[in-house]
Ligand binder design. Structure first.
Ligand code: NDP
Ligand code: DGY
Length: 333
């Protein structure tokens, strides 16, 4: 009998059960993993990936030139358990793909869209109706009586909502917002998406116009060189003083110093952030001192079901890629 050559797979974290089970069943792979719920240190990652044919990584792992060098020439598949790709040096991966047989990249779109849109809705309502502040007042004795203007916020009915990035998640958010009686949807992107926008009668506008006319702004774009720092001083200055800003995409789309200034000077009413720079946000960060800023620890896709499905898709992408089969969700490089 010929000895079977096993493909080496490195997994950068403990992953939810379905993905793990799929990898464990793969008789053609030898799977090693970082046996922790915490991110793998860079040195350990470089050691673990050396010689690997497949890498299953998370959004906390930077897959850059240095890591690709550490992996070496065996590497054929990178499968990330995320839809966001900003932690992958795609240009570098592409370059190497041209030099040899090709590195394939898998990711996990769609399976987290609804869960993330649900979280965006929760964050928007929590922020615009000031829920954390109100709950705190109940506990600290600040609730003295029902008062006409006490704890008032801003309502969604009859409002204008601006969505930066009407992609999968942006559309899922708009779909959930529609029954709240939104009067008008605006959106931005690299180009108009008339087919998708028709469902919401959403109007494609410039970023300054979206900033100026929206009562609620939701950032749902991917992080790219073009969107990095997009929400900056100019952007916040264009917003209404009664407007509420929500970001569920990536922290780096927002200039946090400019956001702090906008929130403290009354340029905008409030902000809700599921993502920050850095992550975790240091506990002494100035934004955490503000009552009109609600910050969550990047939990957009955090349901047991969704994370399990993401892990299974990431594992199936990896295995299919290694076996030269069509990957369930392969990124076109
Ligand atoms: P899509 O690829 O479907 O959507 C990305 C959107 O970004 C598109 O609408 C695209 O618009 C827009 N975009 C790209 N470039 C620009 C630009 N220069 N200006 C404005 N918009 C731009 O991805 P998903 O909807 O599935 O996910 C979006 C992002 O959400 C992910 O990349 C990830 O970073 C983040 N995310 C966060 C989660 C969380 O836990 N908080 C969970 C899941 C995702 P167009 O193509 O029309 O230009
Ligand atoms: C992603 O997949 O990009 C999210 O940020 C994690 O849920």
């Amino acid at each position: 009998m010929r000895p079977v050559r096993l493909m080496k797979v490195f997994v950068t974290r403990r992953i939810p059960p379905d993905g793990w089970a799929a990898l464990a069943r793969a008789a053609d792979c030898e799977v090693e993993h970082w046996d922790s719920d915490e991110p793998i240190p860079a040195k350990e990652l470089e050691r673990g990936v050396a010689g690997a044919h497949g890498l299953l990584c998370l959004l906390t792992d930077r897959v850059d030139k240095r890591l690709l060098d550490a992996a070496g020439s065996n590497l054929r598949v990178i499968s990330t358990m995320s839809v966001g790709l900003d932690h992958l040096a795609l240009e570098e991966i592409k370059k190497r793909s041209l030099l040899r047989s090709g590195i394939r990249v898998g990711y996990t779109p769609d399976v987290l869209t609804d869960t993330t849109a649900e979280l965006a809705m929760s964050l928007l309502l929590t922020t615009c109706r000031r829920l954390p502040e109100a709950m705190e007042e109940v506990k600290n004795g600040g609730w003295s009586a029902w008062k006409p203007l006490w704890m008032c916020g801003y309502g969604l009915t009859q409002s204008t909502v601006g969505i930066i990035g009407l992609g999968r998640i942006g559309q899922a958010i708009a779909r959930r917002l529609k029954p709240f009686g939104i009067q008008r949807f605006l959106y931005t992107g690299r180009q108009p998406r008339p087919q998708e926008a028709a469902e919401f009668q959403a109007e494609f506008v410039s970023t300054p116009r979206l900033a100026a006319e929206s009562d609620f702004i939701i950032v749902a774009c991917s992080l790219t060189p073009a969107t990095k720092g997009l929400c900056n001083k100019d952007f916040f200055q264009q917003m209404k003083s009664t407007a509420v800003f929500v970001n569920i995409s990536r922290g780096e789309v927002v200039n946090q110093d400019d956001l702090y200034e906008a929130l403290t000077s009354g340029q905008i009413a409030a902000a809700g952030l599921d993502v920050t720079t850095p992550e975790p946000l240091p506990t002494d960060h100035p934004l955490l001192t503000l009552k009109n800023c609600v910050i969550l620890p990047h939990i957009g896709s955090a349901t047991y079901g969704t994370r399990n499905t993401m892990s299974l898709l990431a594992a199936n992408n990896l295995l299919a890629g290694l076996r030269g089969e069509p990957m369930p969700r392969e990124l076109k490089l």
